[in-house]
Ligand binder design. Structure first.
Ligand code: SAM
Length: 259
């Protein structure tokens, strides 16, 4: 089942949390003079248009990045990636996570991306193919397992599934255990939705028991429209970089009061 299309949701409040943390973590990692591997299991199309019929239909981007864009301090890597994206692709362009990663990384770093949907995969190749990214049309969990431990060993994996398949919630703790057995130094970032019926709770309980030192950051917000199930956004980070609590606290403040 591949019915989820991120174009309806790009730039929403969940993307703001996920992409701001991703940009910050990558920025932290490239401060050291050692190369980095970036692996993404569910990459999407890499570039979105905030004036597309999909974005306008849900209005989620307007409530997300549209409302919060000015709340980040100058020099923060997330608004910098947004600015660079607009400069390259036009005023209504919004970067997906692979583009945020590509813009934040250096020539010596490696980018590995899986996207299973044929059209999304083709669009991703169009945006990032010429950047030397390794892009595959295959299951992201299998892809990531086949690559770990990556070379270079220092690196980050973003896991951002659409949770269309309910078995994802059971599978993810097993997947994280497998990855971390093979790659115990990898920074593993998992995004999850907070839905009204809270299907993430058992998954997070298991993950927290497996990774007691991991960081968990959650934000709540009103549903994007009446009847919408999503009421918040969460990130679970194994091997969180030093100082990230300052960044998560900033995000919590920004969501509570964009200023
Ligand atoms: N990470 C992207 C971002 O933040 O810009 C958004 C990704 S979107 C939430 C999830 C993507 O996973 C969709 O584009 C979907 O087509 C893709 N997908 C669904 N099942 C997949 C699978 N088993 N393996 C790889 N990609 C998959």
């Amino acid at each position: 089942m591949l019915s989820y299309q991120h174009a309806f949701h790009a730039g929403n409040l969940a993307d703001v949390q996920k992409h701001a943390l991703l940009a910050w973590v990558l920025d932290y990692m490239v401060q050291k003079d050692k190369p980095v591997s970036y692996i993404e299991t569910h990459a999407g199309r890499g570039l979105y248009r905030l004036s597309s019929p999909e974005a306008l239909k849900t209005g989620e981007a307007a409530q997300g990045i549209g409302r919060l864009a000015d709340a980040f301090p100058e020099g923060h890597p997330y608004p910098e990636r947004l600015e660079e994206t607009r400069a390259m692709f036009g005023a209504d362009a919004y970067p997906g996570s692979p583009l945020i990663a590509a813009l934040g990384l250096r020539e010596t770093d490696k980018l590995h991306l899986a996207e299973l949907h044929p059209q999304e995969n083709a669009a991703l190749k169009e945006v990032l193919g010429s950047w030397g990214a390794h892009i595959r049309k295959e299951d992201g969990f299998d892809f990531a397992l086949s690559l770990t431990p990556p070379t270079p060993r220092r690196g980050l994996m973003l896991v951002d599934p659409p949770y269309e398949v309910k078995s994802d919630y059971d599978h993810i703790p097993k997947f994280f255990a497998q990855v971390s057995r093979k790659w115990n130094v990898g920074v593993l970032m998992l995004w999850y939705p907070i839905l009204r019926d809270a299907p993430h709770v058992p998954m997070l309980r298991t993950l927290a028991a497996q990774f007691p030192e991991a960081l968990r950051h959650e934000l709540r917000f009103p549903p994007a429209r009446e009847g919408h199930r999503m009421i918040g956004t969460g990130m679970f980070i194994v091997n969180p970089p030093f100082g990230i609590e300052t960044e998560t606290a900033r995000l919590t403040r920004i969501f509570a009061d964009p200023g």
